[in-house]
Design a binder for this molecule. Structure first.
Ligand code: NHR
Ligand code: GAR
Length: 220
């Protein structure tokens, strides 16, 4: 069977990408599920995550969205770059550009994102700040398939954390991020293993594998 290639798209720090790369190495995805991280691509030149990926010996590429006339032109070039790696799965990890419907359709059922909220609450940007303003007591992150409608695709897994009195957006973001780093590698592996299937717009875990991740609630 041909090797399953995972292509990760980032825009910045790349800590979720790094968590996936580390899990792939520690769990030997190469032998365990015939999968490898084929490339890490950033739309922002010099993104910190690119250096991390390179240190792990992974192919990297930069595609600056500012050098393209419009979103469609950027997305066409991005798809060409990605398809050079013959991806089984495209993973958005802190990727900050909205993707056009044509691009999304091309990767339908084989592209996932991690969004820093418990969807369907708080789609879009500045989620931690908005969660604090809304006074929610639970917050978290969601792994979902990417569809044309922003942050609305089928939900693969969710991680919940408590919101604590006095939290700043940064405090909350850090608590959520720790759970993202547990959840995203596990979710990607399950998808690559074929253990997640889409049934009428709902992601179903075939072996009952956990799709819920909980932060530390012990003291709250
Ligand atoms: N594209 C589609 N079609 N559907 C989704 O669900 C997508 C997507 C592209 C990215 C990630 C998403 C998130 O998890 C994601 C999901 C960027 C923006 C945004 O408004 C919104 C949501 C997400 C990512 N970006 C600005 C833009 O004009 C730029 C902001 C910036 O550069 O800082 O593209 O939250
Ligand atoms: C993560 O919290 C991710 O959920 C969020 O940005 C952070 C990226 O961190 N994604 C979005 O906000 C997408 N709009 P990372 O680059 O260290 O993985």
């Amino acid at each position: 069977m041909p090797r399953k290639n995972i292509v990760i798209l980032i825009s910045g720090r790349g800590s979720n990408m790094e968590a996936i790369v580390r899990a792939a190495r520690e769990q030997d995805w190469d032998s365990a599920c015939n999968a490898r991280i084929a490339a890490v691509i950033s739309n922002r030149p010099g993104a910190a995550g690119l250096a991390i990926a390179a240190q792990h010996g992974i192919a990297t590429a930069e595609l600056d969205h500012r050098s393209f006339a419009d979103r469609a032109a950027f997305d066409a070039a991005l798809a060409q770059l990605i398809d050079g790696y013959e991806p089984t799965l495209v993973v958005l990890a802190g990727f900050m550009r909205v993707l056009t419907p044509g691009f999304v359709m091309h990767y339908e059922g084989r592209m996932v994102n991690i969004h820093p909220s418990l969807l369907p609450a708080f789609t879009g940007l500045h989620t931690h700040e908005r969660a604090l303003e809304a006074g929610v007591k639970l917050h978290g992150a969601t792994v979902h398939y990417v569809t044309a409608e922003l942050d609305h695709g089928p939900i693969v897994a969710q991680a919940a954390v408590p919101v604590l009195p006095g939290d700043t957006p940064d405090d909350l973001a850090a608590r959520v991020l720790a759970q993202e780093h547990r959840m995203y590698p596990a979710a990607v592996r399950r998808i690559v293993d074929g253990r997640v299937v889409l049934d009428d717009g709902v992601a179903v875990h075939r072996d009952g594998a956990p799709s819920v991740f909980l932060g530390d609630f012990a003291s709250h």
